[in-house]
Design a protein around this ligand. Structure first.
Ligand code: PMP
Ligand code: GLN
Length: 390
């Protein structure tokens, strides 16, 4: 009896995932004093005007439960941003939900939308929270591989993944870990698929502001897509506040209702001070983003040029803040072996991408470096990696 219950538990369904690769690599990096280009957290702190707004809220605003859907100031700020970015009006009362990071928005979306056995199309390399969302909800992932080195989304392979059980497709753009910013043709193929097969689209746009080449396009703005799309994001990346875990879901009322059904019992709400800080963040002038992108472009160029110089084959990222590099030139059996050598003998931490490839083995030849690190840190990592040449 007990073992039957245990087999049905969420814990047993999550057991195969172990602890996250980020937790594992961060611990290993610290133990070896490695320069950490692993987990994607900036080495600097978020802007003072955002932190001050949160401090002010702790001092002077209510520290009791905010409304479950989020404080009005933040929902209105999200709606204003959406109008500026897309020209579309959204109703902050019925079409926006504040969540505890994009991670909770993802969990609430999976739990709110899917029945066990429903199929969800995911792209690999895949961000780890998506397969876990499937495991939590009982949904079944169907993977479409973005092939190295270009990582383009192929419409024929997407079409081949659809079955009579398919309910949704999840697109992350700009993409972690490839750095792809999907272009109009690629997203039009997803939109076309969704309309023809009556699918829901879930988009993870947490890197929406980190775009160096191309343009960030939102699937929700494609013809016929608003009513079937949930757009998820957060302030963690755009404001260098990954520890704040303040995000949101934007979508039509019927999809928002599903997200809220789960959200109200997952966390009920998100800490009040962070919501006030996030509202201030979203009122930032355009200059803030111009400077953010200029800094990231400099760091991207520094790291990609340095890696290429060392002998890595680099796919230059169009967005987000990661580089996937091919390490095969150095003669290691796979990504895990290479990363262990890198951390333990070279003193630089990175992520072994096979963790992002549940199906294909294309991740074994690759290594992921994060460039949300100051130039001194990137420079020191490159200096240490000179050892790879000998
Ligand atoms: N989606 C992607 C693709 C990410 O890289 C991250 C980074 N942590 C998240 C979601 C989670 O965002 P948050 O910290 O807002 O939960
Ligand atoms: N998004 C971060 C990364 O890809 C990790 C966040 C986490 O540790 N869950 O590095």
């Amino acid at each position: 009896m007990f073992s039957t219950l245990a087999e049905m538990s969420v814990a047993s369904r999550l057991a195969p995932f172990g602890s996250t690769v980020f937790t594992e690599i961060t611990a290993l990096a610290r133990a070896h004093g490695a320069v950490d280009l692993g987990q994607g957290y900036p080495t600097w702190e978020g802007p003072d005007f955002v932190k001050e707004a949160a401090i002010e809220a702790i001092r002077h605003a209510s520290n009791q439960y905010p409304p479950s859907m989020g404080i009005a100031e933040l929902r209105e700020a999200i709606a204003r941003r959406w109008l500026t970015d897309t020209g579309m009006s959204v109703d902050p009362d019925t079409e926006i939900t504040v969540t505890s990071g994009c991670t909770e928005a993802l969990a609430a979306t999976f739990l709110g939308l899917f029945e066990p056995g429903d199929e969800v199309i995911l792209f690999e390399p895949v961000y780890d929270a998506y397969p876990v969302g499937c495991a939590l909800s009982g949904a079944v992932p169907r993977y479409v591989t973005l092939h190295h080195p270009g990582f383009r989304l192929r419409a024929d392979e997407l079409e081949a993944a659809v079955t009579s059980r398919t309910r949704a497709v999840l697109v992350n753009t700009p993409h972690n870990p490839t750095g792809r910013v999907f272009d109009r043709a690629e997203l039009a193929a997803v939109a076309d698929l969704c309309r023809r097969h009556d699918l829901v689209a879930i988009t993870d746009e947490v890197y929406e502001r980190m775009v160096y080449d191309g343009e960030h396009l939102r699937l929700a703005t494609f013809p016929g897509m608003w009513e079937r799309t949930l757009t998820l994001s957060s302030i963690g990346k755009s404001f260098s506040l990954t520890g704040w875990k303040t995000g949101w879901a934007i979508g039509p009322e019927h999809l928002t209702a599903a997200v809220r059904a789960a959200h109200q019992f997952l966390t009920f709400t998100t800490p009040n001070p962070m919501q006030h800080g996030a509202a201030a963040a979203l009122a930032a002038p355009e200059d803030y983003y111009v400077e953010l992108v200029a800094g990231y472009r400099r760091r991207r160029d520094l790291l990609t040029a340095g890696l290429a110089e060392l002998g890595f084959e680099v796919t230059v990222p169009e967005g987000a803040y990661y580089v996937l590099a091919d390490h095969t030139r150095f003669g290691f059996a796979d990504d895990v072996t290479f990363v262990h050598h890198l951390i333990e003998d070279v003193g630089v931490a990175a992520i072994p991408p096979s963790a992002f490839y549940p199906v294909s083995d294309e991740g074994r030849r690759l290594v992921r470096f994060a460039f949300c690190k100051d130039e001194a840190t990137l420079g020191e990592a490159l200096r240490r990696m000179q050892r790879l040449r000998s």
